[in-house]
Design a protein around this ligand. Structure first.
Ligand code: PMP
Length: 304
């Protein structure tokens, strides 16, 4: 966190320490807020935002599912993100736009309240700390992943993260780094804030979006990169036990990027290290996000 930086709040730049909202904000009491997690990377041609358009589309779809009427268009918000990066003179950062029902009328119905938007930036280098090519240690969570019978899980809504936070607490209190979540059918869905992939016999496998996993932008990037590198992949359900004897398992997400798992429920995967295919994908991903691959430059929005 950088308390010197400015935060965009409903069209105005506010000092970090003054970016405050009322304690009776609807989104705080009833989890009526949706957000995005985006990254901006340093490149030879200046800072560039990775897959900004896809993130903005997902944000607007999240707003739609929560019946939010925004005061800003997609273009306004895109420009606001770019302006926030420029004003903060930052080259490499995590970007957090959030839209929330604000202060006004208490009660479950959010609709009488105005929807506010803010955009904050910070550097988030290693959201789950691992050393070198050592894999994360994880457990299966005892919490079942929420599903679309209860909440629109393809909305990136704060409500969903109560489920994620409980699973992450469980992992940390169990002495490991992260938790893998199963869906209502007992199949593997995702991590608490990342999509999941396994490798078996050189084939990359990830659960479908209909499993309840978020339609992750890193997930879809990894699938495109796999195709580009000639790595075969399948999108199909994965059972819990398949992960225990997989050749490699890794998580993907904007904050996490591509992060390997070296141990699940005390069973060692890939000698506890980042495997061959994850390494290939990681290398390619870093080249792409830093603007060093012509074919994928279309994924970058340059700031200057
Ligand atoms: N699943 C969940 C629950 C997440 O919170 C995230 C992070 N946004 C992801 C998957 C990965 O999505 P993305 O690659 O778009 O960041």
């Amino acid at each position: 966190m950088n308390d010197k930086s400015k935060i965009w709040m409903d069209g105005k730049f506010v000092d970090w320490n003054d970016a405050k909202i009322h304690v009776l904000t609807h989104g705080l009491h009833y989890a009526t807020a949706v957000f995005e997690g985006i990254r901006c990377y340093k490149t030879k041609e200046g800072p560039a935002i990775f897959r900004l358009e896809e993130h903005m589309k997902r944000l607007l779809n999240s707003c739609k599912m929560y019946h939010m009427t925004l005061q800003y268009s997609e273009k306004d918000l895109t420009e606001a993100i770019i302006e926030t990066i420029k004003i903060n003179k930052i080259k490499d950062c995590y970007i957090r736009p959030i839209c929330y029902y604000g202060y006004g009328k208490m009660g479950v119905n959010p609709l009488p309240n105005k929807v506010s938007t803010s955009i904050a930036l910070w550097t988030w280098e290693d959201h789950i700390h691992t050393v070198g090519n050592k894999g994360m240690r994880v457990i299966f969570s005892s919490w079942t992943r929420i599903d679309s019978k209860s909440l629109p899980i393809h909305a990136k809504a704060t409500a969903n993260y109560a489920n994620s936070a409980l699973a992450r607490i469980e992992a940390i209190k169990s002495g490991v780094d992260e938790a893998i979540m199963l869906n209502m059918s007992g199949m593997v869905v995702e991590g608490t804030a990342e999509n999941i992939f396994m490798v078996k016999d050189e084939i990359l496998i990830t659960p479908p979006i209909t499993s309840g996993a978020l339609d992750g932008i890193t997930r879809s990037s990894v699938l495109s990169i796999a195709e580009h590198l000639g790595i075969n992949f399948q999108i199909r359900d994965i059972s819990r036990d398949e992960l225990y004897y997989a050749d490699e398992v890794f998580l993907t997400g904007t904050a996490a990027e591509i992060k390997s798992i070296g141990e699940i429920d005390k069973i060692i995967i890939s000698n506890g290290k980042t495997g061959k295919i994850a390494t290939k994908l990681q290398n390619s991903y870093y080249q792409i996000v830093h603007g060093n691959n012509e074919k994928f430059k279309k994924w970058l929005t340059y700031i200057n």
